[in-house]
Design a protein around this ligand. Structure first.
Ligand SMILES: Cc1cc2nc3c(=O)[nH]c(=O)nc-3n(C[C@H](O)[C@H](O)[C@H](O)COP(=O)(O)O)c2cc1C
Ligand code: SF4
Ligand code: SF4
Length: 257
């Protein structure tokens, strides 16, 4: 059994390479009872500021798992920081003793700092990394990455930056522009159901959200702006993942927050 959370498709791509029918965390969270039992259970999630996205934390905190082997794959774009040990500790404090954690470097979808044209042009050899992770999981390898000096320094730097500028990490820097044509796509790709289209214009219910950037990346009219945007013309979706896949993963219907 494998769970995933995705905004731009990296984690879904990894999850699909590992299992035929991985389960979307935003869809699972709609269920009243979150109890899972299997021989092997895995979670694929992106690294956000060296930690886990809020919705992934909510899932881990509210579900009950029973497995003989538990693994986590963390995708990232630039620095995996202390995400391995941070996630291990977070899972442990929620009753899961993780056996294997692997980080996988892919396109960095964090628009305030990265140009998607440059990111897409880089070959980060993601398939090779995924292959190694799959082999290790098949062999039931036990491995939790130890924090490195560089990782700790990167985590401290990012934590300080987001402490001073929380809007760069919490959704407050998203601007819904009047270029919106009301197509509803941003609403359908938001994993927490935070967007509504009212009188033909998309509006966010709460200014603070996961800041997953799915709405910004997938808007076909580039009608969602960011206060800081490295290249406002460049957006990203993983080459192996369709918009339909993202909608299927994240659509929350008419859910009220
Ligand atoms: C809010 C936010 C914070 C991020 N923080 C980090 C980070 O600390 N280190 C890193 O290397 N990548 C970071 N990223 C990049 C993503 O982890 C990476 O692109 C991931 O593979 C995206 O997965 P997805 O396509 O499944 O959404 C961040 C992205 C976002 C949106
Ligand atoms: S995806 Fe873009 S154009 Fe479509 S409703 Fe959302 S903001 Fe408007
Ligand atoms: S509003 Fe946009 S950035 Fe915030 S959680 Fe929804 S899709 Fe992600």
């Amino acid at each position: 059994m494998l769970f995933y959370y995705t905004a731009t498709g990296n984690c879904l791509y990894v999850a699909k390479m590992m299992e035929e029918n991985p389960k979307s965390i935003p869809q699972e969270l709609k269920k009243a009872k979150l109890e899972y039992k299997d021989d092997i259970i895995g979670i694929v999630a992106p690294i956000y500021a060296g930690e886990l996205p809020k919705t992934v934390r909510r899932f881990i905190g509210s579900a009950k798992f029973e497995a003989n082997y538990f693994y986590m794959i963390l995708t990232y774009g630039n620095r995996d920081s202390v995400a391995g040990i941070w996630s291990y500790n977070y899972c442990y404090s929620n009753g899961i003793d993780m056996n294997y954690i692997q980080t996988i470097k892919m396109v960095d979808n964090y628009l305030p700092a990265f140009d998607m044209e440059e990111q897409i042009a880089m070959d980060k050899k993601e398939d090779e990394q995924i292959k190694i992770a799959i082999e290790n999981i098949q062999k039931r390898v036990h491995f939790i990455p130890s924090p490195t000096k560089e990782g700790i320094a990167a985590y401290k730097m990012v934590s300080q930056r987001f402490h001073e500028h929380p809007e760069m990490n919490n959704g407050e820097s998203i601007i819904m522009s009047n270029r919106c044509v009301g197509c509803q796509i941003c609403k359908q790709v938001c994993p927490i159901g935070n967007i509504k289209v009212i009188d033909g214009k998309a509006k966010r219910k709460n200014k603070v959200c996961d800041f997953c950037l799915a709405c910004v990346h997938h808007c076909p009219f580039q009608a969602i702006d960011l206060v800081t945007d490295k290249n406002p013309k460049a957006r990203y979706r993983h080459f192996g993942i369709t918009l339909k896949d993202i909608v299927k993963s994240n659509d929350q219907g008419e859910k009220e927050l």
